[in-house]
Design a protein. Sequence first.
Length: 271
Amino acid sequence: MTQMRLVVVGASGRMGRVLIQTIAEAPDLLLVGAVDQPGSDFLGRDAGELAGLPPLGVKVSDDPLTLFAAADGVIDFTIPAATVAYAAFAAQARIVHVIGTTGFSPEEDAKIAAAARHAAIVKSGNMSLGVNVLAAVVRRVARALDDNFDIEVVEMHHNRKIDAPSGTALLLGEAAAQGRGVTLEENGVFTRHGVTGPRKAGDIGFATLRGGTVVGEHNVIFAGAGERIELGHRSEDRGIFARGALAAARWARGRKPGLYSMTDVLGLNDF
Ligand SMILES: NC(=O)C1=CN([C@@H]2O[C@H](COP(=O)(O)OP(=O)(O)OC[C@H]3O[C@@H](n4cnc5c(N)ncnc54)[C@H](OP(=O)(O)O)[C@@H]3O)[C@@H](O)[C@H]2O)C=CC1
Ligand SMILES: O=C(O)C1=N[C@H](C(=O)O)C[C@H](O)C1
């Protein structure tokens, strides 16, 4: 098969730079575009330079439409409003859209689902193999335990992160809710402050920590009477997300339009 031609949007971001580096190392992938928003200081700079590599001959641009027309896929770790706009452009160009961005509102999610009628979209709050295997394990454990076990999801990230709880925490909370046969809409508890009263049986609680340069840490706690199960994941390097996103792009190439997850990509649906 020919090389897959990819555009990275949010090219100067923490994930954008790692994605450029990871694509440059993959013989079956070709970086054909790097996009930042209008007004960015990085417009016109070589993408290789952003990633600490020799020049790649790809200049950072603010013209996604032209680049998408000549590409097979776009890799997107940006902000929700930008991702919604890119989803419409990718649908127009009928190219694969891999979405790592987190923090969407229900309205934004609906727009992405609409775009997935025309293009293959892979979207996940965490692209790493480890977290997606953890989610499958959490689903199984939650299925085995009743609500005498209280479920709490605890996460910590670096001090530049703008959304909470993290996409991963929500993904893990969803997995626990699915295992238990309930929904996060009904059972999720996202804030506690003041005199909250005792914990309600069946609640799925979330706690968010922010500080320093932590790449990403998640724990799912099943706390019973006199015993506790803790399942966790530590991200040490953003390369795990980039490699997962590129595996998703390869998997989605040539696939029919639809909204897919990393569970589909990794074949974990029957785990
Ligand atoms: N699913 C997963 O596995 C992972 C998801 N993420 C998620 O990815 C997202 C990005 O994370 P991170 O790289 O750390 O964040 P950064 O803030 O470092 O990067 C975001 C980039 O997007 C750029 N951007 C903003 N608006 C636009 C636009 N309209 N067009 C193009 N680029 C735009 C920003 O530019 P500027 O600086 O000019 O605003 C910035 O360069 C977050 O939502 C994060 O939660 C992160 C890691 C893993
Ligand atoms: O913003 C980040 O950095 C990360 N975001 C994702 C999330 O919201 O879970 C994935 C990862 O944990 C890093």
